[in-house]
Design a binder for this molecule. Structure first.
Ligand code: ADP
Ligand code: ZN
Ligand code: ZN
Length: 662
């Protein structure tokens, strides 16, 4: 009898056996439908055996083989690797490789991939740095070769990807391009289509309909689409002729999935490139410390584009203004207000960046110091206007604005600090004639809202943009010549070991929006700590040097990438349940470490940085090792022991190579 081992999309730690009826062609990678607990689920066959030891009656049969191309070996191997490396259920890992719409039987793909409408743009004449980078990539085609492309914002990284992709396509290969954000895909997409008019390009991201995603997936899996552009989920697409992988903005946290299967798409992309023997280029203006460490160790080839690409485009000038000791109007310094009025006179655009949405981050009683807190989280409520309400940014809880302090009855409640809404009001009253737009998650929630604003910016229908980090990344606005940065100092107080790296990347990206097309750019940063290394880095435009300083700090503190970390995250309604679970998990781990995993260090459980969220008490336990293999050898036993340690009331997850501590 033929028995298929099937990975079903369930959190179970195992695969499931089914017998294969005669006449069904089933092999590793086949996508099948199988019944479990009265549900028919789509799963992936991970192995097929001949077995006489099991009685047929004890197994269900495979119901049908889906009308889809089988997953190729590199994709099933990648899913196996993801499951084992990230300690996740095999079925959930394999589900990442399946296209949507498998649940509805017999329904044909409805969406069509968007058709290329080329206006064929002549490729830019590459400068020497770009040409060198392209030559290195092209000569690596056909072999595994990881590259780190470090180029300042506007240095022409995208032109390098395009030139390398053009060559890979000309040789009949497929190219996979990963970007962190859906918002970045339309702009990237039109550039790709313009520069590579003969490529059949498809996109894959979560904002597409299921039908569109399925159509893109099929076109890629059948080898019809030559170029796949997408977010992290596109990484798992079958690509029979894969020849080159590009990961743009490789430092971006969006490549890390933080629920379900907690994989890092950049890291797994490198694994896939290795498995397929193709080059991969990781590009960024602010590469991750991890990637710099790989480059320094000789594992990645470093390609640098130190200058801005278009002739006459210089780096912006950077000025610091200290809020302390200066008169501020609603959080705005006089220097920034003056610079804004200049831009209005010159009909240029300005961006004021503040990474907080809402009106004010907190509502405080001036008499007794009470601040409005979320009843379900260990966090403050954010004051929002239009309409007035208090909102928790962690769990979404909303309540009415209270009229008096619940502690002392005082009616003098003060909105503390400044968010995008407050800044918008302030700028409207300072510049009544200016056309101002606020761009944050609240104003761009509706489908198409963000692209509508983008179009207005490009058509010069807006003068001042107020934006959160949504607007910091990748966008190219030719008339934007001034960037003001507010509230950057808040990030300096964060307890997360990656906060300085993130701030440095964010500031560099925001500053990079200023002055791109021959118009000089200016950046004004309001900070009380201009001598902080993160700001000196910004002033000298030397991210690489700063990154190496951070790397040295991480080595001394034995933090990633100088060590390899996994976190056990736990939550429950009662703190005692969290504590007991983590204590037991800790004791188990300690015992194992003493019994032969001496290279692994187990830390004591601690409350999460956000100790309560949405009614759940949260805690975490860190294990780490200087050797990745030692950590990987230890984790499976721990993972397998946890179900028995956890009682019903505790939810938990293991996060390997976490983006930070939570
Ligand atoms: P990055 O991806 O590094 O931010 P881009 O590739 O978007 O940089 O290039 C920034 C701008 O410079 C774009 O408008 C691009 O068309 C232009 N550009 C890139 N390379 C060249 C070049 N060699 N000559 C002239 N303009 C260039
Ligand atoms: Zn009070
Ligand atoms: Zn909350």
């Amino acid at each position: 009898m033929t028995v298929a081992r099937v990975a079903l999309p369930l959190a179970a730690p195992q695969t499931f056996d089914y017998w294969v009826p005669a006449g069904l062609a089933v092999a590793r990678g086949s996508v099948v439908r199988a019944r479990i607990a009265r549900r028919a689920l789509a799963g992936v066959v991970v192995g097929v055996d001949q077995s006489e030891s099991v009685a047929r009656e004890r197994l269900h049969s495979i119901e049908e083989v889906a009308d889809l191309p089988s997953l190729p070996d590199d994709v099933t191997d990648m899913c196996d690797f993801v499951a084992s490396y990230y300690q996740s259920a095999p079925g959930l890992a394999h589900a990442l490789a399946l296209p949507p719409l498998l649940r509805r039987r017999g329904r044909a793909a409805s969406g069509k991939p968007p058709v290329a409408a080329p206006t064929a743009a002549a490729p830019a004449t590459l400068n020497d740095d770009q040409a060198r980078a392209v030559a290195a990539l092209v000569s690596a085609l056909g072999s595994f070769s990881p590259f780190l492309l470090h180029g300042a914002t506007g240095s022409g990284k995208t032109e390098v990807y395009l030139a390398a992709a053009r060559e890979a396509l000309a040789r009949g290969g497929q190219v996979l391009v990963l970007v962190p954000e859906i918002n970045l895909t339309p702009q990237f997409e039109s550039r790709l289509r313009g520069a590579l008019p003969n490529a059949h390009a498809v996109t894959l991201h979560s904002a597409l309909s299921d039908g569109e995603r399925r159509a893109s997936w099929l076109a890629a899996a059948r080898g019809e689409a030559s170029l796949v552009l997408g977010t992290r989920l596109a990484l798992f697409t079958p690509l029979p002729a894969l020849a080159l992988i590009v990961v743009d903005e490789e430092h971006d946290d969006s490549f890390k999935q933080n629920d379900g299967v907690r994989y890092h798409a950049r890291d797994i992309a490198v694994w896939r490139a290795h498995r397929r023997n193709v080059p991969i280029v990781l590009g960024s203006a602010t590469p991750s410390i991890e990637s710099f460490a790989h480059a320094d160790a000789g594992r990645y080839t470093l390609l640098e584009l130190p200058r801005r690409a278009p002739r006459a485009a210089a780096f912006p000038s950077i000025t610091f203004v200290a809020p302390r000791g200066h008169t501020m109007r609603e959080g705005l310094s006089q220097a920034l207000v003056d610079a804004l009025s200049q831009r209005l006179e010159r009909r240029e655009q300005a961006l004021v960046f503040v990474n907080r949405r809402g009106f004010a981050p907190s509502l405080k009683c001036v008499a007794c110091g009470w601040q409005a807190g979320c009843p379900r989280c260990a966090a403050r409520l954010v004051l929002h206007r239009d309409p007035d309400h208090l909102r928790c940014h962690h769990c979404g809880h909303r309540s009415n604005v209270i009229a008096a302090c619940p502690e002392c009855g005082n009616v003098d409640l003060l909105p503390l600090g400044s968010g995008t809404q407050r800044l918008e009001r302030a700028l409207h009253s300072l510049f009544p004639a200016a056309r101002i737009a606020r761009i944050d998650r609240d104003t761009t929630r509706a489908k198409g809202a963000f692209s509508a604003i983008r179009a207005q910016i490009e058509a010069a229908e807006l003068d001042i943009l107020i934006g959160t980090q949504m607007l910091a990344k990748g966008h190219d606005f030719p008339r934007l010549t001034l960037v003001g940065v507010l509230g950057a100092d808040n990030a300096l107080y964060s307890a997360d070991f990656r906060s300085t790296e993130r701030l440095a990347a964010l500031l560099t990206q925001v500053a990079g929006r200023a002055g791109r097309a021959g118009l000089a750019g200016e950046v004004i940063v309001q900070t009380d700590f201009p001598e902080h290394p993160v700001f000196s880095m910004l002033a000298t435009h030397d991210y690489a040097r700063f990154a190496r300083t951070l790397l040295e700090e991480r080595r001394i503190a034995r933090l990633p990438p100088a060590s390899h970390v996994a976190i056990l995250l736990a939550e429950a309604h009662a703190r005692a349940d969290v504590d007991r679970f983590l204590d037991d998990a800790h004791a188990f781990a300690r015992e194992r470490v003493q019994g032969g995993h001496g290279d692994v260090e187990v830390f004591a459980p601690v409350p999460a940085l956000l100790a309560r969220r949405a009614g759940y008490e949260r805690g975490q336990l860190v294990v780490q090792s200087e050797r990745r293999s030692a950590l990987q050898a230890f984790l499976p036993q721990w993972r397998d022991a946890l179900p028995a340690i956890a009682r019903k009331r505790v939810r938990y997850a293991i996060d390997v190579d976490p983006a930070g501590f939570c």
